[in-house]
Design a protein around this ligand. Structure first.
Ligand code: FAD
Length: 479
């Protein structure tokens, strides 16, 4: 029997659940990736993520060829391309790794129906997560809505079912790959209509493996260092997890080995917990797809966010990193220049937009979606709703980040700010967090003119904080 493996966000040829299953259940496996024109057409031509996918496909094709197979790459609408390719190659089944985003779920349901009408099977298997939204449940059998008990249940399930981390080998079953008809002919970026340019990270399976290897050396200190944006503490694997150039089972296995051997220090435990956050938000999105457009807590859907020309001007200042709050502006500059933002700064900038500027979290969420290399609907939506206090966190809405104390605490020396806001590079560690409070003589000495070299604050934090307390307070009263 022939099968078609349709790669989507699982761009690797090792520890791959669907590929393993296809190879072990058919005689001849063809592999395809489709550049989905409905997703690509609206993107800016200079998109780092498309470049990352493009480079990762070259590495995937090379690895498949090393194993005796090859990758077919098409451009178009998957709902048209896949059924016609399956017919052309006489495949009885199309295999995929399950995707839990609402649009993907809908597309896959339509695909299954189209293929069924042709007499073919559509086989979707879990791969993107260790446990999907139906596997970690409360005692009453429902989904969790708070992270800590979810994490406890997740870890308990893993202890009871260690085979959830079993690898799905590919190379041992490589004789079932369909052999290539000729040399590689993948489309160039120009043929796809996209610009060449820098990659967000070394792409492909080798890029992920290299990052992970280097991260393991830093892992023991991760628990302490992860909150400080000036330190190179986190793994930077998010873009690889997004596009599946690494396997989450492989990452969890390695973290647990280090945890068990004691070599990972407390870092391994903290890092594992971040991977569980990823699955928590994927579960929330799968179980509550309405969060894409609405507050997780319906009571917060009627919050009256600021709108109009003044709010638009503040939003533009936030996007462009000109709020006058150095740590916020440094985070936005990192995002705008690299497509990455440190987790602490995602929290600080999201809190600033919603709680200091009074702007709807959905606007910030959309901006991040446009810019982030690792953009993941579930984590981005979860992170934004967490920051806006409309989501499923245990933190009450009246706890509001202070952008100056966050800066003093998490960038105490000002190193991160100096890197991303060069206008403030001459300010010292004590001066850089709130330059508008400095004496004019000191500013003159440092050759910084506020309002010219660097903006004055667009809002005053204490007043903004009071407005936010009122905004949320009004809501409570009307409940
Ligand atoms: P590490 O610290 O090395 O963590 C390892 C992995 O765990 C990450 O790669 C990621 O897959 C996962 N992870 C870590 N923190 C979180 C978290 N809080 N929620 C969910 N998963 C997590 N992450 C994304 O992958 N895509 C997004 O679009 C995204 N948007 C966010 C928006 C906001 C407002 C906030 C507060 C957080 C967002 N995050 C998002 C989570 C987090 O900031 C990034 O995963 C992390 O910064 C990526 O860096 P890293 O790979 O070095 O992480």
């Amino acid at each position: 029997s022939n099968s078609l493996l349709w790669f989507r966000r699982d761009l690797r040829a090792f520890d791959h659940a669907a590929l393993h299953r296809a190879l072990t259940s058919s005689n001849c496996v063809h592999c395809v990736f489709v550049y989905d024109s409905d997703i690509l057409d609206p993107l800016p031509r200079d998109d780092r993520r498309v470049r990352f996918i493009h480079a990762s496909l070259a590495s995937l094709d090379a690895e498949l060829r090393r194993l005796g197979g090859y990758l077919i790459v098409r451009q178009g609408r998957p709902l048209e391309v896949i059924p016609s390719l399956a017919a052309e190659l006489a495949c009885d089944a199309v295999w995929v790794c399950a995707d839990y985003e609402p649009d993907a779920v809908e597309r896959d349901a339509r695909m299954a129906a189209l293929l069924a009408a042709q007499g073919r099977k559509f086989l979707s298997v879990k791969d993107q997560v260790v446990f999907d939204s139906g596997e970690v449940l409360t005692l009453a059998g429902g989904p969790f809505s708070v992270f800590t008990p979810y994490k406890k249940a997740w870890l308990k399930r893993l202890a009871a079912q260690p085979e959830a981390l079993a690898a799905y080998p590919v190379d041992a079953h490589a004789d079932a790959f369909a052999a290539p008809a000729g040399p590689a002919r993948l489309p160039t970026l120009a043929q796809l209509g996209f610009a060449e340019g820098p990659l967000p990270a070394a792409a492909g399976m080798e890029g992920a493996a290299d990052l992970f290897e280097r991260f393991l050396a830093r892992l023991p200190d991760y628990g302490r260092a992860r909150d400080f944006p000036a330190e190179d503490a986190s793994s930077r694997l998010s873009v690889h997890l997004r596009f599946g150039t690494t396997s989450v089972r492989h990452l969890v296995r390695s973290a647990r080995e280090l945890q068990d051997s004691g070599a990972g220090g407390s870092g391994a435990t903290v890092w594992l917990s971040e991977l569980v956050w990823r699955e928590f938000y994927m579960m929330i999105l799968a179980r509550h797809p309405q969060v894409v457009a609405r507050a997780f807590k319906p009571a917060f859907d009627t919050l009256a966010w600021d709108e109009g020309a003044a709010a638009d001007a503040l939003f533009a200042a936030w996007c462009e990193g000109r709020t006058g709050y150095p740590l916020v502006d440094a985070g936005m500059a990192q995002l705008n220049h690299t497509g990455f933002m440190h987790n602490r700064l995602r929290m600080v900038t999201a809190s600033f937009l919603t709680k200091d500027l009074g702007i709807d979290w959905r606007r910030g969420e959309r901006y991040f979606a446009l810019k982030l290399n690792d953009y993941e609907l579930a984590s981005n939506n979860g992170g934004w709703q967490w920051a806006a206090s409309t989501g499923c966190d245990a933190q009450p809405w009246f706890r509001i980040f202070n952008p100056v104390t966050q800066s003093q605490r998490f960038d105490a020396q000002g190193d991160f700010i100096r890197e991303w806001v060069p206008a403030l590079a001459r300010l010292g560690a004590k001066e850089i967090h709130a330059p508008w409070l400095l004496a004019p003589a000191l500013l003159a000495e440092r050759a910084v003119v506020l309002g010219r070299d660097y903006p004055l604050p667009v809002v005053e934090h204490d007043a903004a904080r009071r407005r936010t307390l009122e905004r949320f307070g009004r809501l409570k009263k009307t409940q």
